[in-house]
Ligand binder design. Structure first.
Ligand code: ADP
Ligand code: MG
Length: 559
């Protein structure tokens, strides 16, 4: 069979153009990306071999090899991982195998990404980063468990198309050869590559080796020998002592597992003892991934059992409202051959999920107290998700309520307050926590509903997220104070006035009845109001009616 030429999907070529023409810094990360893929591929074959040992093809240990050929100006990275068949290659290296392709293309064109090209990292574009440094890339690969003749060669110069052909490859796994561009030849140096491996990939579990030439003996006996040297320390970073891990190592490991280019906002590293023993290295990312609200979003840390990777996204380890948490959890107790079904019902896993949830919420509490800026950053990205917990995790709703932030009539524009300080500001006679929902602060600030509150000096929280109304009804109270919507029902801010209002209501009975008759069916009731100061009248929802903001949302959804 002769080689077949195939076109890249449009978005791939767009991505490649962006890679080649606008990414200039940190080009050395191409090596990290290739090593990371090789390590993932070995994880996969290791895991599958637990139930099908033939897949290892007699090669028990994972290994990643780097070879430099100065004359040919090439660097070759090979692994003995799972490998790919033809379909895998076309899917993985010809498209962007991602559910949110539309968003991805939009992002590619957006100014934010054009100005900060490293942001495309969040879309998992690892392999294509090779084209920052290589003029041509050749991939030779053969899937574990399939015959040697079923190998595949893929080749491209990033010029809109690639070729694909069959080959024979004795060993399973993948071998990727980069022909370095003329001005990227500095990478063809063993010391440069060693440095990059140490810096970005030291924690990789499998040995990363390189052939190095050494002179042995002296004088006439001197001879050149080639030997394989291991470049990385291979320590599972999550099993190390905290004091032995540098911030940079933590960050690099995060980028490897989260497929993110940005440093995380927070590292949580601990060992749980007692009923379930496990090590956890968890991260709070600093940016929300674009697919956080998609159904296909992959949830949960990677699960290891005694250093063997079992599952990349173990969704049983975190509640949905903490789905932004990334990392690794390594259990000492679970059996190696756990399946997804077993995990769902496993009490040990349930216990792990509980302690992880508590740990993450405690950490957020500490961040809020001690690292305000970092917390604000986190909240801006993930506050909406965290809030869901108020509704879905009733046992922890008070803890989560402590973490909430809002703008209010008492904050400057763009500044946030929390419920603790709301309670702290309450005048002695104020009984409830008042809030108003809407799409923006500007829209709400002029609201006639707020007049009486302003006059009394009562703070009203602006709830601007769509789900806030939902959250407040789940929360109901905070520190025994009831939440009251500033736009619902009959709000009495003042007991004394209440008496006067009753008298007035009697006195103007006829007038009110007249107005009600005029307006007819379009209103339920006409009454005097204690809430208005400057405006002559306003519409209010009944206590049991839907919040006007909620009504708008449902209407817009066609309900
Ligand atoms: P990601 O690693 O985030 O999935 P990449 O662009 O780095 O994105 O890789 C794309 C896909 O190509 C991988 O998901 C994997 O399926 C496949 N792949 C890349 N390198 C290898 C390899 N060395 N062995 C097996 N599959 C690989
Ligand atoms: Mg990758």
């Amino acid at each position: 069979m002769t080689a077949q030429t195939m076109e890249f999907k449009t978005e791939v070529q767009q991505l490649l153009d962006l890679m080649i023409h606008s990414l200039y810094s940190h080009k050395e990360i191409f090596l990290r990306e290739l090593i990371s893929n090789a390590s993932d591929a070995i994880d996969k074959v290791r895991y599958l071999s637990l139930t099908n040992s033939g897949l290892l093809e007699g090669e028990g240990d994972g290994k990643i090899k780097i070879a430099i050929d100065k004359d040919a100006a090439t660097i070759t990275i090979s692994d003995n991982g799972i490998g790919m068949n033809r379909d895998d290659v076309i899917k993985s290296l010809g498209t962007i195998a991602h559910s949110g392709t539309k968003e991805f293309i939009q992002a590619l064109k957006s100014e934010e990404v054009q100005n900060n090209p490293e942001l495309i990292g969040q879309f998992g574009v690892g392999f294509y980063s090779t084209f920052m440094v290589a003029s041509k890339v050749t991939v030779r690969t053969r899937k574990a468990g399939e015959p040697a003749e079923s190998g595949v060669v893929w080749e491209s110069a990033a010029d809109g198309s690639y070729t694909i052909d069959a080959c024979t490859k004795e060993n399973k796994g993948t071998e990727i050869t980069l022909v370095m561009k003329d001005d990227e030849k500095e990478f063809l140096d063993q010391w440069t590559l060693r440095g990059i491996v140490r810096r970005y990939s030291d924690y990789i579990e499998y040995p990363i080796v390189m052939d190095v030439e050494k002179t042995e003996g002296e004088g006439d006996d001197a001879k050149k020998v080639i030997s394989e040297e291991t470049l990385n320390s291979q320590k599972a970073i999550w099993l190390k002592d905290k004091s032995d891990v540098s911030a940079e190592e933590y960050n690099e490991f995060y980028k490897h597992i989260a497929h993110d280019f940005t440093d995380p906002a927070k590292v949580i590293h601990y060992r749980a003892e007692g009923t379930s023993e496990f090590s956890a290295l968890l991260y709070l990312p600093s940016r929300a991934p674009f697919d956080l609200f998609y159904k296909e979003f992959k949830i949960g840390p990677t699960l290891y059992v005694r250093r063997v990777q079992i599952m990349e996204h173990c969704e049983d380890l975190v509640p949905l409202y903490l789905r932004f948490v990334k990392g690794v959890v390594d259990s000492s107790d679970l059996p190696l051959n756990v399946s997804r079904e077993i995990l769902q019902k496993n009490r040990q896993v349930e216990q792990m999920r509980k302690t992880i949830t508590k740990k993450v919420l405690d950490t957020l509490g500490e961040m809020k107290r001690d690292e305000n800026d970092a917390y604000l950053g986190f909240y801006g990205e993930f506050g909406k998700v965290l809030k869901e917990g108020i509704h879905y995790d009733p046992t922890r709703k008070d803890t989560i309520a402590d973490l909430l932030l809002f703008e209010s009539t008492h904050t400057e524009v763009g500044k946030l307050t929390d419920l603790q300080s709301y309670i702290g500001h309450m005048p002695a006679e104020q009984e409830h926590i008042y809030y108003i929902t809407g799409a923006s602060r500007r829209e709400l600030e002029g609201s006639p509903y707020l007049e009486a509150f302003k006059e009394k000096g009562y703070e009203v929280l602006f709830m601007l997220d769509e789900i806030d109304d939902f959250i407040v009804s789940s929360l109901h109270t905070y520190q025994e104070k009831e939440f009251k919507s500033a736009v619902k029902g009959d709000i009495t801010l003042d007991k004394e006035n209440e008496e006067k209002k009753k008298e007035a209501q009697e006195k103007h009975k006829d007038l009110l009845e007249l107005i009600k008759n005029e307006l007819g069916e379009s209103v339920k009731e006409v009454r005097l109001s204690g809430r208005l100061k400057d405006s002559p009248c306003c519409l209010v929802a009944g206590e049991a009616d839907m919040d006007p903001q909620m009504e708008k949302i449902l209407k817009s959804m066609g309900q």
